[in-house]
Ligand binder design. Sequence first.
Ligand SMILES: NC(=O)c1ccc[n+]([C@@H]2O[C@H](COP(=O)([O-])OP(=O)(O)OC[C@H]3O[C@@H](n4cnc5c(N)ncnc54)[C@H](O)[C@@H]3O)[C@@H](O)[C@H]2O)c1
Length: 431
Amino acid sequence: MTRIAVVGLGYVGLTLSVALAKKGVTVLGYDREPRVVGALQTGRPHLYEPGVAEELPALLEERLRVVPELPREPVDGAVLCVSTPVDPVTREPVLEPLRDAARAVAAAFDSDTLVVVRSTVPVGASRAVVLPELVARWGRARLAFCPERTIQGQALRELEELPQIVGGLDGPSRDAAAALFRRLTSRIVPVSSLEAAEMVKLINNCHTDLIYSYGNEVALMAERFGLDPLELIRAANLEYPRPDLARPGFVGGGCLSKDPYILIESARAVGHEPWLVPRSRALNEHLPRHVARRFLELLRETRGGLEGGRVLLLGFAYKGWPPTDDMRGAPVLPMLDVLRGAGLALRGHDFLVAREVLAGLGVTPASLSEGFAGADGILVITDHPEYAKLDLPALLASLRKPALVYDCWRVLDPEAVRAAGEVRYASIGYG
Ligand SMILES: NC(=O)c1ccc[n+]([C@@H]2O[C@H](COP(=O)([O-])OP(=O)(O)OC[C@H]3O[C@@H](n4cnc5c(N)ncnc54)[C@H](O)[C@@H]3O)[C@@H](O)[C@H]2O)c1
């Protein structure tokens, strides 16, 4: 496995290309978006992922070639890392990009090429969508499913550290895929079929959605009881030898906002209506709107009305840690649907999301000092570690009092907030 084509150069394909090239594999990276190809060819990644911008220029001169079309040059393997979104209205998986990618691979290469599906897909899609495209052209195929399970912000490290699940159409396909990923990690987990590997990926992500949703359920109940959810959860977990409760918080991102729908559709296709997966997703999708409404209620109480108020929103990416610029499934988006209609002036700040993106959402981009100055309300939406290090006495002194600080992830010191005088502190389910 010395020459590999990577199809789709987003977060998954680009990090995989860089990781493989660093290990001495010759990589041909292809994306159908000219914007993506153009940026990468000049060594400037179109997305933020730690390590990529640093490694890319040297690799481009050596083993990594970014191309606008798949050249008809033999490769040992082709890894499909294309988008597999769900339809925004029906939530049904959209598999055309995957089918197109398989067709392009079949047209460019030959039947000796191992094809690896790495995009997250419905159970059965490698066999039902990718395989027919290959067989139609080649008569036979070598096919594997090897899910990506890294977290954005630590992908290059996790590609080498996480066990790699490998499922094959047959034994030789599985072994060839295992040999490819052994270039990256020593921990290969072979499973019995393509479908088993596809399902492992989905149950991992839906489990995450589910356990976080329970922390959120606890927070929503605590809010009604007038209890502090964090106090409850910390006490419940302390030295208790059963599974830990999760802290409340937003569950977003490109994957968790869609993979539950992919598992739901997969289950329905075989006659099982899932019980938990849809409810967890619904609860996690409810939370940002709930928080935005609660923020408005508290702000109204604090200053006796909303009209003419100024609010600073901190954190536009879908998460703060590990830091990312990715806004897919970001909680701020549904929050803005609620906040926009309230007659408030909205300013915003993010350490990585570009100012133009904030402006495009109808929010005035601001530095931290500009944003705090004269604000009536601060809504900290992500747990970006730099927000925990703010010079609170100085920034809070510049608020228009009485003011509200709503700190979704409890990254600020509540005592320091209250010490500012006439500043109310609240969080998800608290205050
Ligand atoms: N982002 C993550 O951390 C992550 C983690 C695990 C799994 N996944 C899964 O991996 C897949 C890719 O995710 P991503 O975050 O990299 O998406 P992305 O949107 O960042 O990148 C996908 C890229 O594929 C390109 N593309 C789409 N169709 C193509 C085609 N037919 N030919 C060539 N290029 C094509 C797009 O232009 C885009 O640049 C998805 O299935 C996703 O669910 C993502």
